[in-house]
Design a protein around this ligand. Structure first.
Ligand SMILES: Cc1ncc(COP(=O)(O)O)c(C=O)c1O
Length: 417
């Protein structure tokens, strides 16, 4: 029970984990420890950092806003950063989304989306309450998002709190029709389908095609089922386009954003919706109000950071940087495609993933933490999901830096495969 620090860390078994390294600085793709050691941040600090750590324009926006208006209640009040950000966001997301609801994290963005969907049906006086979700999904750690996410060791203790959802299988290559058929069966009379577009992240970096996403959207539209796109991880360039939904040419009814919304600098989330979702809550009847809030809804400093982030996207060739990163990632993967110690070598936009062939690849088998330790010793922050090693770097990473980290991945195979 002895630990040097009173801090309880997320997804960390303190009975097994060593004391956490003290990180004191971040710049570009690098983190610096108290000891002076530098660590290459190959997972964008849990998938949030897009342009690089401490981007000067985002830092300046935070500093400026912090000195002007730090926080204000957002029920009954508004402020310039929230208004400006909403307008900027609506001008870059798939067309047809018209309203923005702010919250604080990816989990709350999806939780809000689920509540918007249920509220829409309730306010319309229609009894549609079933949520459909995909096997291997991850949508967060609040009760609603855990319910929609895959069940397993991560949420077994909380099962009494979770509600049932209808499941569709992940659309494995060659078995996509099964997914579409099951969705077709479940969608009739369901409230909403929630999906991670193009890639299930925490569920193992499982990739599916834009055509299947489009087919799922079409099925939802046919049944009037609300489509929720969880772009918390995929948003802001990760899949090669600004939003993953663009590749399927779809506009979801509700879209959840977080992580890269502020360039990863500070927590903020947004749940965007089509007019009919807002309209279902727009009424002189107070009971039709959208009943969700948190103290820091639309925090001005966070909104200013997000606004500065969007200015970077519009003012700098960020998408070209993303496209160059996609090409570099593909080039580095080539060597692994021919390496028999790896399988399922794959890429979705800027994200690569490869499975190390081992006897017991389960999450709890301890391989993930062992690999993490190995990479850490090599000066690289990678946090494999069991035997799945994935690379999701900030867009400023260079070919030389990628070479360092892929050399470490190759060496991991020598030790662990
Ligand atoms: C697809 C997806 N949705 C939701 C979340 C939850 O976001 P947060 O950790 O900010 O609550 C994550 C986090 O990894 C995610 O990948």
């Amino acid at each position: 029970m002895d630990t040097a620090s009173p801090v309880w860390h997320p997804f960390t078994q303190h009975g097994l984990a060593p004391d956490s390294p003290m990180v004191v600085r971040g710049e570009g793709a690098w983190l610096e420890l108290e000891s002076g050691t530098r660590l290459l941040d190959a997972i964008s600090s849990w998938w949030v950092i897009t342009h690089g750590h401490c981007h000067p324009r985002i830092v300046a926006a935070i500093q400026e806003q912090a000195a002007r208006l730090d926080q204000v209640i957002f029920a009954g009040f508004t402020h310039p950063p929230a208004e400006a950000l909403a307008r900027k966001l609506l001008s870059i997301v798939p067309p047809g989304l018209t309203h923005v609801f702010y919250s604080d994290s990816g989990s709350t963005a999806v939780e809000v989306a689920l509540k918007m969907a249920l509220g829409t049906w309730k306010n319309r006086g229609i009894n549609r309450t079933r949520i459909i979700a995909m096997n291997h999904a991850y949508h967060g750690d609040t009760v609603g998002t855990m319910s929609a996410g895959a069940r397993g060791v991560f949420n077994a203790a909380y099962a009494p709190l979770l509600f049932d959802v209808a499941r569709i299988p992940f659309p494995e290559t060659g078995r996509e029709q099964r997914t579409l058929d099951m969705l077709d069966q479940h969608a009739k009379g369901a409230a909403a389908l929630v999906v991670e577009p193009l890639i299930c992240g925490a569920g193992g970096m499982r990739i599916y095609s834009p055509e299947i996403l489009k087919a799922m959207a079409d099925i939802c539209a046919r049944h009037g089922t609300i489509l929720i796109a969880d772009e918390v991880m995929t948003g802001f360039g990760r899949t090669g386009t600004l939003f993953a939904c663009e590749q399927a040419g779809i506009t979801p009814d509700i879209m959840a954003l977080a992580k890269g919304l502020t360039g990863g600098s500070i927590p903020l989330a947004a749940t965007l919706c089509k007019p009919y979702i807002f309209a279902a809550h727009f009424s002189t009847n107070r009971s039709h109000t959208f009943f969700h809030s948190s103290s820091f809804t639309a925090n001005p400093i966070a909104c200013a950071a997000a606004s500065a982030n969007l200015d970077l996207w519009s003012g700098e060739p960020v998408l070209e940087r993303v496209s160059r990163l996609c090409t570099m990632q593909e080039q580095f993967l080539a060597a692994f495609r021919a390496d028999p110690r790896f399988e399922n070598v794959r890429r979705q936009g800027t994200i690569t993933a490869l499975d190390l062939k081992v006897d017991d690849p389960g999450y709890l088998a301890g391989l993930g933490p062992e690999l993490t330790k190995f990479f850490y010793a090599r000066g690289v922050l990678l946090r494999p999901l069991g035997n799945t090693i994935y690379v999701m770097p900030p867009y400023c990473i260079t070919a030389e830096e990628l070479a360092v980290l892929y050399a470490a991945v190759k060496d991991a195979a020598v030790q662990f495969a």
